[in-house]
Design a protein around this ligand. Structure first.
Ligand SMILES: NC(=O)c1ccc[n+]([C@@H]2O[C@H](COP(=O)([O-])OP(=O)(O)OC[C@H]3O[C@@H](n4cnc5c(N)ncnc54)[C@H](OP(=O)(O)O)[C@@H]3O)[C@@H](O)[C@H]2O)c1
Length: 308
């Protein structure tokens, strides 16, 4: 099968489309014919060696997939022809930018019926990060005041919609050019964090969704007892200790595969309450260009690779 692999750490040029062995099914696994695969910032950091999660190359990066079940291993969920999406194996290697991925069947869920494979592939890693933070860890509920950083980004644009779907009041931070977009997601207030110090204008927040590693400033706007969901400082016990000592609750998130949450997310999508934004779609052969786009840090929503 064709897969994007790398034989060394480096720039986007190290990504190459190669012929590799099609994965063999183990019990409890399904073989997915991948139709689309999304690019996440972690893929770029693993590729470059900045975050050597997978050890030394060679390996294939990429986790987010949407596709069609082609074979079903003994004891696995699903039938041939089912459409599924997920982020199998994260944070171990999945080689998601490929024609086929063999995955434990409980690490993928039925794709939302109302989405294409390109749109569904945009969801898993980003939406589960938002869900595991806001819903699982912080228990976001009706009337909560929620502050979301990077609201136009891959995780943020989904976090805004999940918080709104749960009845929260959403205060979003984004650069001025992205305000109309973020309002269209349902945010109640949008603040230009580049022009305004948010700690001067935001008060009494129940939950901060922190994707910028700024616990110190976020603590200033959190109510006593409020929750700081952190997706960048989750490996820093000293940050957790400082937040808890200040009478707020630290909830670090390291996203995990989760079919049950993805099923709930599929329902939300098919009910018209959640929709991913796909800003760019590129063929597998242009994985390097897709990495450049994500590495810019300026994309709205997601960048997705199509697999023919
Ligand atoms: N812990 C976990 O499990 C986990 C899971 C997923 C992601 N992450 C991490 O979370 C971060 C966000 O991921 P993502 O996929 O949402 O990223 P992304 O899609 O690349 O975010 C892009 C957005 O970030 C904003 N931005 C760029 N520089 C900024 C800055 N200095 N301050 C504030 N906003 C800035 C930009 O909007 P503006 O124009 O508004 O600045 C842009 O629209 C990444 O570092 C990623 O690795 C962690």
């Amino acid at each position: 099968m064709r897969a994007v692999i790398q034989k060394s750490f480096g720039g986007p040029e190290v990504l190459e489309v190669a012929e590799v062995e099609k994965p063999q099914l183990l019990s409890g696994e399904v073989l997915v014919r991948v139709r689309a695969s999304a690019v996440n910032p972690v893929d770029v950091a693993v590729r470059s060696g900045a975050f050597p999660l997978l050890g030394q190359p060679p390996f294939g990066v990429g986790w987010d997939i949407s596709g069609v079940v082609e074979e079903v291993g003994p004891g696995a969920r699903y039938e041939v022809g089912d459409e599924v999406y997920g982020m199998p194996f994260f944070p171990r290697a999945a080689t998601g930018y490929a024609e086929y991925v063999a995955t434990p069947s409980r690490q993928v869920a039925r794709k939302p019926k109302s989405l294409s494979h390109v749109e569904a592939a945009a969801l898993p890693l980003a939406v589960l990060t938002a869900w595991q933070g806001l819903v699982d860890r912080a228990g976001v509920k009706e009337g909560d005041r929620v502050l979301i950083h990077r609201a136009a980004g891959g995780v943020g644009h989904l976090a805004v919609q999940i918080a709104k779907a749960r009845g929260a009041y959403v205060i979003a931070l984004a650069s001025a050019a992205k305000h109309d977009y973020v309002k269209s997601l349902g945010a109640d207030e949008v603040i230009d964090y580049q022009a305004v110090d948010f700690t001067e204008v935001v008060r009494d927040v129940d939950i901060v969704f922190d994707s910028v590693a700024d616990a110190e400033n976020n603590l200033k706007v959190l109510k006593p007892g409020g929750v700081l969901v952190s997706i960048l400082e989750h490996m820093k016990p000293e940050v957790a200790a400082a937040v808890n000592a200040a009478g707020r609750r630290f909830a670090g998130v390291s996203v995990e595969p989760d079919y049950a949450a993805l099923e709930a997310i599929s329902e939300l999508v098919d009910a018209g309450k959640l929709r991913p934004t796909v800003a760019n779609t590129l063929p597998l052969e242009e994985a390097g260009k897709a990495h450049d786009l994500v590495a810019s840090g300026q994309t709205i929503g997601k960048v997705v690779l199509t697999v023919n």
